[in-house]
Design a binder for this molecule. Structure first.
Ligand code: IVH
Length: 667
């Protein structure tokens, strides 16, 4: 037993160290696989010996049981907000007021991170509670979700008791990945990283929050008695030393001129950051001076937030081009006279569909106002009508595909026009671009331009051909040196060993998103098993609906597809699932190996949350009640499934019964 305890301690120490190196210092010392390996070892120990589970174990990073609500908690001291400055004049006034009251001053300038304010409580060096700002007086307890953020230390090396505050945010890369996945699953994408971060921290199921890859920058200490600091700058340095993540772009500045320069610098440079900022915070650095300046009802007098303007600029709409997606959807794209918006040059913006162009009455030749939605995606807001030239043309979508000339169709109930020719070149190329994309086969270095060239030179005509590429095929391409070719061939080689779900997703099967690919790969294990799968069997899976089941079975029956898969197999592309199986986890005796159906309206959790919880506790959640069903959990207005359960004499629980059981299990 002493052995187990010492291994557990060692695993805690290593996992915490690796999280710190990766997420706080941005300087990992081991590959991700090493972290995963140790984490799984610890999960296994904790599953077999629950007495070794602790609330600050690194295993909490993967999330815990779903909650039904967030508890409201009063802040020890209110979480205030800052007064705003929108221009130079506002800032000079602030500076003047400060100097009038305290004389000589040093400022601490920090980036204003565009996320959500959070407050983190540590007791004897352990992270015990994390709250949202709420109304400033009362916040919500989101401890479970915050524990999944690797940049937040679960324990620090000194047994201090204090509270730190900062901004939780979603890095741009996580945001793009998340929206890409949402688009693949036909879900509404988030408008910007801030909303995505807020949505993630409001997840009742921390296992889902854990998948969202959030981070945090700490920017203030609530109670300085536990700190040696005399200035804001010292306090941030001390937080660094304790292992917290603070923003390193901060600067101590002496004059308002220097502050204005700092603002100017970051107005330009903000685009290059890996996270969004919406302004600059200027704080009086000295803590005694801060006290002297004091507070208004709502905000400190010793600080002010400069807010970047949401930049809108005018440019000319030169043309409207069409792009064809991998599913054949034809999207009109505005070709703009290049113009700088919020730090980058914009020359294209999606116009989404013909209806929208007519609704906004946008014509080729117009002057248009553009901005970046959520400061990222360029968007045409409207035409400037009093600048409309006489010859501005009303736009009409073509009747035929600009790539293959096949007639375009408008599918009932959809606004989009679609090319339905399966041999359409543009679609095939888009399909390959999808195949190599990050969440699919993740082949680095095989970008759109290269794929296009290879296709045009007849080096690849389907995705399997990618694995047949040689040095001689690649070297003649534009901007391709020996080194790049070697890297690319290595990336292709590496992709061969991807777990099955990457291949499944990469094939671009209609209605098959990242999530369903994962679940299906896990359940069936190999491509060969999938070849024999029936729609009925697929529909048993909670995340799989009729449309997807039908689409997948039809896809895999197709002779051309079978030939494609064989062509991939000949190059040793892996066709098996390599991840961990939820079914391999021990589960809970109450639910292990039980087949359960959820029906009716649930109030204390979503169906999806209920289903996830059941699966994690070893149950198989299916859609239809059969003789084999062990239990039906029936919410309000349960209909035919409940009747069937009564017919078969299946055990039935209400939502309350279920919640009670969950509480019993989780203590
Ligand atoms: S200091 C008394 N520093 O901006 C308030 N705030 O209203 C002290 N923010 O809600 C806040 N980055 O969530 C501070 N470096 C930074 C910040 C920052 C982002 C947010 C914070 C607050 C809002 C200001």
């Amino acid at each position: 037993m002493a052995d187990i305890q010492s291994r557990v301690n060692e695993l805690h120490q290593l996992l915490n160290q690796y999280s710190y190196e990766y997420y706080v210092q941005d300087n990992p010392s081991v590959p991700d696989s090493e972290y995963d390996k140790l984490l799984h070892e610890l999960i296994e120990i904790e599953t077999n010996h629950p007495e070794y589970q602790t609330v600050d174990s690194p295993t909490v990073r993967v999330g815990g049981a779903a909650q039904s609500t967030f508890e409201k908690v009063n802040h020890d001291t209110p979480m205030l907000s800052l007064g705003n400055a929108f221009n130079e004049e506002d800032l000079r006034k602030f500076d003047q007021r400060v100097r009038e009251q305290i004389g000589k001053v040093e400022y601490m300038c920090e980036l204003k991170i565009d996320g959500l304010a959070v407050s983190l409580k540590y007791e004897n060096g352990r992270f015990v509670q994390g709250l949202t700002r709420g109304d400033g007086i009362t916040g919500e307890d989101i401890t479970e979700n915050l524990r999944t953020i690797h940049a937040i230390p679960l324990k620090i090396n000194e047994p201090r008791t204090f509270e730190v505050r900062g901004e939780a945010y979603m890095p741009r890369k996580s945001f793009f990945d998340l929206n890409e996945a949402k688009a693949q699953n036909d879900e509404q994408p988030f408008a910007n990283p801030r909303n995505a971060a807020a949505g993630s921290l409001r997840q009742l199921d921390s296992k889902l929050a854990a998948k969202r890859k959030l981070s945090v920058f700490l920017y203030s200490v609530n109670d300085f008695t536990q700190f040696n600091a005399n200035t804001q700058s010292d306090a941030l340095d001390e937080l660094d030393e304790l292992g917290f993540k603070t923003n390193q772009e901060r600067e101590r500045l002496q004059t308002i001129e220097e502050v204005l320069e700092y603002i100017e610098k970051w107005t330009e440079a903000r685009e290059g950051l890996q996270y969004d900022i919406d302004g600059i915070v200027i704080k009086v650095n000295d803590l005694e001076q801060q006290d002297e300046l004091g507070y208004t009802q709502k905000s400190p007098r010793w600080a002010i937030a400069y807010k970047f303007p949401a930049e809108e600029v005018i440019t000319n709409l030169l043309d409207i081009e069409l792009s064809i997606g991998r599913t054949g959807v034809v999207t009109p794209t505005a070709i703009l006279e290049p113009v700088k918006v919020a730090g980058t040059t914009v020359s294209r913006a999606s116009l989404h569909n013909e209806d929208l162009i007519h609704e906004k009455d946008i014509r080729i030749g117009d002057s248009v106002i553009i901005k970046k939605a959520g400061d990222i995606i360029p968007e045409v807001i409207k035409s400037v009508l009093d600048r409309r030239p006489q010859n501005a043309e009303v736009y009409h979508m073509p009747t035929h595909c600009p790539s293959c000339d096949h007639e375009l169709v408008r599918i009932e109930g959809e606004v989009a026009l679609r090319c339905i020719n399966p041999k359409c070149q543009a679609q095939l190329v888009e399909g390959m671009i999808h195949f190599v994309s990050r969440q699919a086969m993740n082949i680095d270095g095989l970008g759109t331009k290269i794929i296009q060239q290879l296709y045009e030179n007849h080096k690849i005509k389907d995705v399997a051909d990618i694995f047949y590429l040689t040095k001689d095929d690649l070297l003649p391409l534009e901007r391709m040196g020996e080194k790049k070719v070697d890297n690319l061939l290595n990336a292709i080689e590496k992709a061969k060993s991807n777990s099955l779900e990457h291949l499944l997703f990469g094939l671009g099967i209609r209605h098959l998103g990242v999530k369903a690919s994962q679940v299906i790969a896990e359940k069936y294990g190999t491509m060969d098993t999938l070849f024999d799968v029936t729609e009925d069997s697929l529909i048993e899976i909670y995340d799989v609906g009729h449309k997807l089941a039908q689409s997948l079975v039809t896809y895999l029956e197709n002779e051309d597809i079978r030939a494609l898969i064989n062509k991939l197999k000949e190059k040793n592309v892996n066709m098996t699932y390599k991840g961990i199986k939820i079914s391999d986890l021990a589960g809970h005796p109450e639910f292990s190996n039980k087949t359960i159906v959820l029906t009716g309206k649930l109030y204390q959790m979503t169906r999806n949350e209920a289903s996830k919880w059941l699966e994690l506790h070893g149950a198989k959640v299916t859609n239809s009640v059969t003789k084999k069903t062990d239990l039906v959990i029936a919410g309000e207005d349960a209909g035919s499934k409940l009747m069937k359960a009564e017919q078969f004499g299946t055990e039935v629980w209400t939502e309350d019964d279920f919640v009670k059981k969950q509480n019993e299990i989780e203590g």
